[in-house]
Design a protein around this ligand. Sequence first.
Ligand SMILES: Nc1ncnc2c1ncn2[C@@H]1O[C@H](COP(=O)(O)OP(=O)(O)OP(=O)(O)O)[C@@H](O)[C@H]1O
Ligand SMILES: [Mg+2]
Length: 253
Amino acid sequence: MALLEARNLTKYFGGLAAVNRVDITVNAGEIVGLIGPNGAGKTTCFNLLSGFLPPTAGSITFNGEALVGLKPHHIVKRGLVRTFQLTTLFLDMTVLTNVLLGLHLSSQRGFGRVLLSLRSFPREEITRTHEVLEFTGLAPYADELAKNLPHGRQRTLGIAMALAARPLLLLLDEPVTGMNLDESQQVMNLVKTIRDRGTTVLLVEHNMKAVMGTCERIVVLNFGEKLTEGTPSEVGSNRAVIEAYLGSGGEHA
Ligand SMILES: Nc1ncnc2c1ncn2[C@@H]1O[C@H](COP(=O)(O)OP(=O)(O)OP(=O)(O)O)[C@@H](O)[C@H]1O
Ligand SMILES: [Mg+2]
């Protein structure tokens, strides 16, 4: 069953079609890759799906409900949660507090009020936070300030914050960027475990080894348009895809 169905998704910035008539379907239980050269429109797609930007045209149906026009926190409440290409942590707060705040991404309370009432979090929220810290391997760092974590762990903390909100669909924007081989392997294993525990995943990533080894299906964007989609081996041997990447000069974000 389609969990997410975006049809004719289009976003213009002035005269530039950053996303142009793109259809994306994600079925429940899948890990789907969204790839393409720098500037292809991947992050813009995430911004549209998560309500951070209004589409110029197109429809988005998630879990049977239309999303266009809903505010980001209402979309989070429905179970669609995204991470950010650039890490957006509360750097001067502890790892534990960051995850607690992630849990409240879906709450009606403003961040200010959440911060004021840190000491009065309900027991079940503290329990949920510890579960997420265990699951993501961050438990030993619970009391560290986020700014003191190495880069790889900071990226994982971004995922932990998103997980705290109990997503049905998790949008990951370049989760392994800047990581060494070991770190990226750990994060991709985490992504598989997240899916195995019932969260569907849409993954943007430039690291082809990570994408090919993790995704069942891959959608390729180029200049805002869908170039092709298919299994990793279909996409990996597609001449147009290879040319798009060669044409981009192999640059990474
Ligand atoms: N808020 C904005 N205003 C104007 N132009 C934008 C905005 N956001 C993105 N763009 C442009 O839209 C196009 C697509 O950008 P986007 O960030 O979606 O690409 P991307 O596929 O995520 O690239 P990367 O792999 O480098 O992260 C680019 O040409 C970019 O400069
Ligand atoms: Mg991007």
